[in-house]
Design a protein around this ligand. Structure first.
Ligand code: FAD
Ligand code: SF4
Ligand code: SF4
Ligand code: SF4
Length: 479
């Protein structure tokens, strides 16, 4: 990037957050669509005064303000859903967003979130009434245009109003860089994202389904047949398209990341130190995390990172059913929390090559198929990952016990239950002196590994490690 004004030489380093366009006081930046349908800033050189404000606000140039808490150990985690069944049924997971948004409206605040435009593309806008907030409900699996929303947020904050901004993490990072300072009245909620799809492909997909263009409803995740078999529902006139999200071609090829935004493959904002006050996601792994709460009507995971977030949650607690959970479990069952999706550049390039010559229906069918080799690799990863996982767990337990015995600690972590409790502990109320011990450092290391246990490199390293039989060497040496 030029240090005087924004230029995009590497598309993986621009999330399209539009903070630069919002920051330009002479409106010299236009967010322009590229061949893939994603927006990137383009500077009108005849207007630019080379003030470099656009460079300063870019979260890819400067990460200040894009991290909220100092440590993952501050996080409070819950499995949760909204008690209001109607709200819950119309939301993509547990209806948590609406609970927070309603509270802000009650305080005469303003809510910002993603809505459909007339062509069923997505953009961010403000809402001051329940009807307007309703439009924001439900996940829309394509990139939302940020327009001049950062400026609008700043205006509302300057008026002294409470503002809730909801969106994906890179949008929040851009907004916070734009604002440049903490605002007591601003609360940011991010929804975990796998990646965002191309608005261009989405539009062509819709046109192909309903060429007459009379679409009146789109619901990416209709829960009429149950949350675990959510369906894509699109209505045009009297016709309705309903397809399980695991079979729908748009979803299937989106999951392969062939038309996802390039920056999503190297996402900087997926980590434990989130940019938001609260993170929302689907509570995958519910059968382990909160089996008693799953009635197939939608369950959210909620991670609170800041005091402000904790306060808002406590204020809406009465509207929710909540169960305390462990961050580690969320990460294990929902890897999108901490690591970017893997993009296969070759396949992605091929998709866009094919795009030039194949009609959309053929293109999307071609790229939604799962190759046999890919299925095999996925199964191997899971199987080897699991075997390795059990071995490492036993080994770490052994080392922990040795360390504890050596220091003559009264409580030796011998039985599985206690061991698991310690391992899954969020660390929030852990006494400081415990955190200085090597045991805790080992636990932290183990947790990092555990969240990545099915990563192919972790598996390969692990397999080599098992082959060397480190465990028996350790035992022989009496460590
Ligand atoms: C593109 C995308 C990908 C996602 N991928 C995952 C995933 O891989 N794993 C997972 O656990 N959860 C994912 N989610 C989040 C999840 O689907 C729910 O949105 C989230 O759990 C909140 O659900 P809710 O029931 O509380 O509220 P809902 O009413 O379902 O969600 C509404 C919220 O989502 C925001 N939103 C909707 N569409 C967009 C968009 N295009 N861009 C920015 N913000 C948007 C709205 O502003 C609002 O805040 C994704 C969401 C999106 C938008
Ligand atoms: S350098 Fe200043 S004037 Fe030029 S595009 Fe950036 S913000 Fe606008
Ligand atoms: S501020 Fe946002 S839109 Fe502008 S260059 Fe940086 S990432 Fe891209
Ligand atoms: S994956 Fe990262 S870059 Fe992509 S939309 Fe989500 S937060 Fe933004």
């Amino acid at each position: 990037m030029d240090d005087k004004m924004i230029t995009i030489s590497d598309k993986t380093l621009c999330s399209g957050c539009a903070a630069c366009a919002n920051a330009c006081s002479v409106n010299a930046i236009l967010m322009q669509e590229d061949d893939e349908g994603f927006l990137y800033p383009l500077v009108d050189l005849s207007l630019c005064v080379k003030c470099s404000k656009c460079v300063q606000v870019c979260p890819y140039v400067n990460l200040e303000f894009t991290v909220k808490n100092d440590s993952e150990e501050l996080s409070e985690c819950y499995a949760a859903y909204n008690k209001n069944e109607e709200i819950r049924s119309r939301s993509s997971s547990g209806g948590m967003f609406r609970a927070f948004a309603d509270k802000i409206l009650l305080e005469n605040g303003v809510v910002f979130g993603a809505v459909f435009d007339d062509e069923f593309k997505v953009y961010h806008k403000s809402a001051r009434t329940a009807e307007e907030v309703e439009e924001m409900m439900g996940s829309k699996y394509l990139q939302s245009r940020m327009e001049m929303v950062c400026r609008e947020v700043e205006e509302e904050l300057n008026k002294g109003l409470k503002v809730l901004f909801s969106g994906v993490a890179c949008q929040i990072a851009g907004l916070r860089r734009f604002l440049k300072q903490e605002h007591e009245n601003l609360i940011c909620i991010d929804v975990i994202c796998c990646s965002v799809g191309s608005p261009k492909i989405w539009r062509e997909y819709l046109n192909n389904l309903f060429p007459d263009g009379q679409i009146s409803l789109v619901n990416f995740r209709d829960k009429t047949s149950g949350w675990d078999s959510s369906t894509m529902k699109i209505r045009s006139g009297k016709q309705e398209y309903v397809c399980c999200i695991y079979d729908d071609m748009y979803f299937k090829s989106l999951r392969k990341n062939v038309f996802s935004r390039p920056s999503c493959g190297t996402c900087k904002f997926k980590n434990r130190n989130r940019v938001s006050d609260i993170t929302l996601a689907d509570c995958w792994g519910f059968s382990k995390i909160a089996p008693e709460m799953n009635d197939n009507r939608g369950l959210s995971s909620v991670v609170v990172h800041t005091e402000k977030g904790a306060k808002l949650l406590s204020e809406v607690r009465g509207d929710l059913v909540l169960k305390e959970a462990f961050l580690l479990d969320f990460e294990r069952f929902n890897s999108n929390y901490i690591r970017p999706e893997s993009f296969d550049k070759k396949i992605r390039d091929k998709f866009w090559d094919d795009y030039k010559r194949l009609p959309i229906e053929q293109l999307i069918v071609k790229y939604s198929k799962t190759k046999k080799e890919a299925i095999l690799i996925r199964v191997l990863r899971k199987v080897f990952g699991k075997i390795l996982h059990n071995k490492i767990k036993k080994l770490v337990r052994l080392v922990l016990n040795v360390l504890h015995n050596r220091r003559g600690a009264k409580q030796v972590l011998q039985d599985d239950k206690r061991f698991n409790e310690t391992f899954r502990f969020n660390g929030r109320n852990m006494p400081l002196h415990f955190k200085k011990r090597p045991e805790w450092k080992l636990i932290v290391l183990y947790r990092k590994y555990q969240a990545n246990y099915d990563n192919i490199w972790v598996c390969i390293i692990g397999i080599c490690w098992i082959a060397k039989d480190v465990k028996s060497v350790l035992i022989l040496k009496g460590i």
